[in-house]
Design a protein around this ligand. Structure first.
Ligand code: F6R
Length: 256
């Protein structure tokens, strides 16, 4: 089983967070305006804290950064703090100083009385109109999902409404005070939408991710493990801590 050559295994997740924050800051310094794809969840929180630190120290200026969220629950009130839009606003957009007009999240992004299908198409259009995503940050779900592309999801999928997988709802249950309160549907960028990003940067930490990381990087590429489609991308880098990497077999480059 040979993982993608861009896989980096580190002792501590902070090293990965600092590597990726450094790459993002360098890209922003070089270009000024970049389009950043944002994941929510536990995985990228340290990265966002590190980016916020760089901004406080005047090493990062996000005033021309444009941000797109990956996904959103359906069925919550817009001001519900459990929406991903609320999470991203509090933990990323405000802390990084990304301007109001440059913040995009699926589901609520488009004003007016649109159907779900029209909303999804409009989100794809806004990404294209912004010039496409320069760097997409991703986590991986225990079932191999990326964004809310639950198994089975095809490689040509685009932004759409999906039913959430039982494991995804189970993982979200503590935040919602019980499984019965977790939304059953969501809007998500598709796999093809994600693969259009110029760079894809994936983080996976902890032993809960070990089995799926091994399947995503070493198993067959296909809809049953949506993250496996990432291996077809030309500019993919994956950071793992040792726990997440422990089911990968020999041949992986491990940074000293
Ligand atoms: C988040 C997202 C999900 C998470 C994944 C891992 O916007 O789309 O795919 O990246 O579920 O979640 P955590 O990081 O909480 O383990």
């Amino acid at each position: 089983m040979t993982p993608a050559p861009e896989t980096i295994v580190l002792d501590r997740r902070e090293q990965a967070e600092s590597d990726l924050a450094g790459e993002i800051a360098a890209l922003v310094r070089e270009r000024g305006r970049i389009v950043l794809g944002l994941a929510t969840g536990d995985t990228p929180t340290g990265l966002y804290r590190e980016l916020a630190r760089l901004r406080r120290e005047k090493l990062l200026d996000c005033s021309r950064v444009v941000a797109f969220g990956l996904d959103e629950y359906l069925g919550l009130e817009p001001d519900d703090p459990r929406t991903f839009a609320g999470w991203i606003r509090e933990k990323v957009l405000e802390l990084l100083g990304i301007p109001e007009g440059s913040r995009h999240v699926p589901a609520t992004d488009v004003p007016g009385d649109l159907t779900d299908v029209e909303r999804c198409a409009a989100y794809e259009r806004s990404i294209r109109d912004a010039g496409g995503i320069d760097l997409q940050i991703l986590g991986i779900g225990r079932n191999g999902h990326i964004a809310f592309n639950e198994p089975p999801s095809t490689g040509d999928s685009r932004t759409r409404v999906v039913q959430l997988h039982p494991w995804t709802r189970e993982d979200a249950a503590p935040v919602f005070g019980g499984l019965a309160n977790v939304p059953t549907r969501a809007i998500t960028m598709g796999i093809a939408t994600i693969l259009d990003a110029k760079r894809i940067r994936v983080l996976a930490f902890g032993s809960r991710k070990a089995a799926i990381v091994a399947r995503a990087l070493g198993g067959p590429i296909g809809p049953e493990v949506p993250a496996s489609f990432l291996r077809g991308h030309a500019d993919l880098r994956i950071w793992l801590d040792r726990e997440a990497a422990r089911e990968l077999h020999s041949g992986r480059p491990v940074r000293p």
